[in-house]
Design a binder for this molecule. Structure first.
Ligand SMILES: [Mn+2]
Length: 364
């Protein structure tokens, strides 16, 4: 189906989507691959609201097939089952493909509208096109994914939009009156997409909704412990080694940390365990840019991975530009590159030079 005139904006109101969903007897909710807190939260909230609205429990209909279920694809966060509990979900990976024969009455796509994030589902969603709706808050997407689009790009999380939709499905005027099983995943998405209420997307509406969801019975402490406080000891040992390597250069404006394969071995850490380390060096007032270099041995020989984070405001450095000069890329405040055949010491000299030049340019 082609809709060449479609633009990335709402084509339906929350009231219209709720009215369209109300009579549906079978609903599949899908979200982007490698789902995060908002993707899981918005999909679980909708599945539970649909099941409760039909007279079932949040999980479904005690032994009978659920009216609604959520489908997930790709790697899942380690905590997802502690949040999904007994809600009806299916998980697809390289061993389990989405069943092409399933034809529900409705499909709702949440927290994305980009084909690039719906890879595994694309043929199936295309086939269901007329039976789909989409709820998203991202700045861009492919409008032709669905004819019924509820898009609010000013919403901090898909869950902020979903709260209104769930209220309509359940005939509840305030989010404070939502069932706890629906309120909890909504709060999860709101909290994780705002960095637990720290990011610049925190608005009065976000805090009012969070307050209402807490009134509905959400256990903030259980959620943050389940989702955030679950690192393995190896990650802390790796952080200790990374901080041991810390150098503050250029009047303490550039913070550089370096890790080698031996550091991961000795710490008993895994490749992904260094995520978030640069957020720690960014907390220092003088630091404008944080850099983490990781030297790895690969079948192609030595590779040095470079990851950079910068802070907004005065003296801002666009690390995407710096990363591109090294053959990589990313975003203005978060970017990286892989330097193949380059040892850590040489990569460090190259990156620091490029960053010094960028900082001097930003000051000029
Ligand atoms: Mn989101």
């Amino acid at each position: 189906m082609t809709e060449t005139a479609s633009v990335w904006e709402s084509s339906a109101t929350a009231a219209e989507i709720a009215a369209w969903l109300k009579p549906k007897r079978s609903v599949v909710v899908v979200t982007h691959g490698k789902p995060d807190g908002d993707a899981l939260g918005s999909s679980l909230a909708l599945v539970r609201a649909l099941n409760i609205a039909a007279g079932g429990s949040a999980a479904g209909f005690s032994g009978v097939a659920s009216r609604a279920e959520a489908w997930y694809a790709g790697p899942m966060p380690g905590w997802w089952k502690a949040v999904a509990l007994d809600s009806k979900c299916r998980h697809f990976d390289e061993h389990h493909a989405p069943p092409s024969s399933v034809e529900p009455d409705a499909v709702v796509i949440v927290d994305t509208g980009s084909w690039s994030q719906l890879l595994d589902y694309r043929p199936w969603i295309d086939h269901q096109h007329e039976r789909t709706a989409l709820v998203d808050h991202h700045l861009s997407g492919n409008a032709e994914v669905s004819p019924r689009r509820l898009i609010e790009t000013t919403a901090a999380a898909a869950c902020e939009i979903m709260a209104g939709l769930c209220g309509r499905l359940l005939g509840v005027g305030s989010p404070a009156d939502l069932p706890r099983e629906v309120a909890e995943p909504l709060y999860l998405g709101l909290a994780t997409d705002t960095g637990w209420f720290r990011h610049s997307n925190v608005t009065p509406a976000v805090m009012r909704l969070a307050a209402d969801l807490l009134e509905a019975g959400v256990d903030h402490e259980r959620l943050i412990e389940t989702v955030e406080f679950r690192d393995r000891p190896g990650r802390l040992r790796l952080l200790s080694r990374a901080l041991g390597s810390l150098e503050l250069l250029d009047d303490d404006r550039i913070a550089v940390m370096a890790l080698g394969e031996k550091d991961f071995e000795k710490a008993g850490a895994h490749p992904g365990d260094s995520g978030g380390f640069l957020d720690i060096v960014k907390t220092v007032e003088t630091v404008r840019v944080g850099v983490l270099l990781t030297e790895l041995k690969t079948p192609d020989g030595v590779v040095t991975k470079i990851s950079m984070r910068s802070k907004g405001g005065a003296g801002f450095v666009d690390v995407n530009v710096v990363a591109q000069s090294l053959g990589g890329g990313g975003h203005a405040q978060a970017a990286g590159a892989r330097m193949v055949g380059v040892r850590l010491a040489d990569a460090k000299a190259t990156v620091v030079n490029a960053l010094q030049a960028a900082l001097d340019g930003a000051d000029a």
